[in-house]
Design a protein around this ligand. Structure first.
Ligand code: AKG
Length: 353
């Protein structure tokens, strides 16, 4: 949609009216002059119709307007400013959502990896850590896209902001309505398959974008059966410590073992540009969380929490080091766990293409 300058249109309309009035005054020798603004209040239809048309375009563009629509009869200046703001923010959202990543920025991420070489050894199984999984250029670009995303695109949840791409998860996966991924998100999903992180038929189709300010985190949770049980999380911006905790059975919670639940089984230092992948035991039998703190100690306050990636999380990193949080952006890549017959139909239709 081309940029519309409503302020300029309004000024043009006013100038025409003024010109017409002067012409009439000369002809009829008017005794009373009408106030400019009064006249515009009486005849807003022309401009209002254009605002309506523009809003129609915004609505059909699938980007939600970022400001409240002006009421009928409101001052034309307010309408012009509000309309211009709607257009600007919807264009900004479209710009961010339709962005594409430069192919050369993606080359590091799509380099083939042997996941087994990145397996972390420790008290829980099937966790992988890939330091420097993406280039700095890619990190900068993705952080820039997310930072310029208008506020209206974000949902706030317990302090942090997030966006969900690929469709809103439902209680029952059968009623899930998938949505097309923005091009730059799709590119990232494809690089994960090209790198061998996900199988050819496992390319992620659902992505959660989380933004954490220092002091923000995510509560202990499992990702559940809605997704297939391999998840990859890309970390950008600042560091954080990812904590795995054992999932307690109801009987254990009732038996007063909540304290034990508080103690992580293992932690992984998530450095900027790294990728953590987990599945199996780590996915099904453990919860994961990030504490809502401004700084945290590697290995915990007592230095006894296992740090599964101490050897690869940064040169010289050791127990007791303090990590200061900075603005962090993460992308969680998963594949929706569609029923088997739906997967077969998708497979067959892709084979016949
Ligand atoms: O930001 C992160 O690293 C964690 C995200 C996460 O746990 C999730 O999306 O389920």
């Amino acid at each position: 949609m081309p940029a519309l300058d409503f302020k300029a249109l309004l000024q043009q309309e006013r100038a025409q009216k003024r010109h017409e009035r002067e012409r009439q005054q000369k002809e009829e020798v008017a005794s009373e002059e009408e106030d400019d603004d009064d006249e515009e209040y009486k005849a807003p239809a022309n401009f209002a119709a254009r605002v309506d048309a523009m809003l129609g375009a915004v609505v059909t563009s699938n980007v939600s307007p970022a400001v409240t629509l002006p009421e009928e009869g409101q001052d034309m200046d307010i309408m012009a400013v509000a309309a211009a703001k709607i257009v600007e923010e919807s264009q900004q959202a479209k710009h961010c959502l339709h962005a594409r990543l430069e192919p050369e920025y993606l080359s590091t991420a799509m380099t083939e990896r042997n996941l087994a070489q990145h397996a972390l050894v420790g008290p829980l199984h099937r966790v992988f850590y890939l330091p420097e999984y993406v280039s700095r250029e890619l990190e900068e670009k993705v952080v820039e896209i997310t930072h310029t995303m208008p506020a209206k695109q974000w949902v706030t949840l317990r302090g942090r902001r997030l966006q969900c791409f690929g469709g809103k998860p439902t209680e029952d996966v059968a009623s899930f309505k998938p949505k097309v991924l923005p091009p730059w998100i799709k590119q990232l999903c494809q690089t994960l398959t090209l790198a061998g992180i996900f199988g050819m038929e496992e390319t992620p189709d659902h992505v959660l974008l989380n933004e954490y300010q220092p002091g923000q985190g995510i509560m202990a949770h499992t990702d559940g059966p809605f997704f297939r049980s391999r998840v990859a999380i890309l970390s950008l911006g600042g560091p954080a410590i990812f904590r795995f905790k054992r999932r307690l059975a109801t009987a254990e919670i009732e038996g007063g073992k909540e304290d034990e639940q508080q103690r992580p089984v293992g932690t992984v230092v998530l450095q900027p540009r790294s990728l953590i992948v987990f599945e199996g035991d780590a996915y099904h039998e453990h919860m994961h969380e990030i504490l809502a703190v401004e700084e945290e100690m590697v290995g915990g306050e007592e230095g006894i929490t296992p740090v599964l990636n101490l050897a690869t999380a940064g040169e010289g990193l050791k127990l007791g080091d303090v990590l200061r949080r900075a603005l962090r952006v993460s992308l969680t890549f998963r594949k929706v766990n569609k029923p088997e017959q739906e997967r077969c139909v998708a497979r067959l239709s892709s084979q016949t293409k």
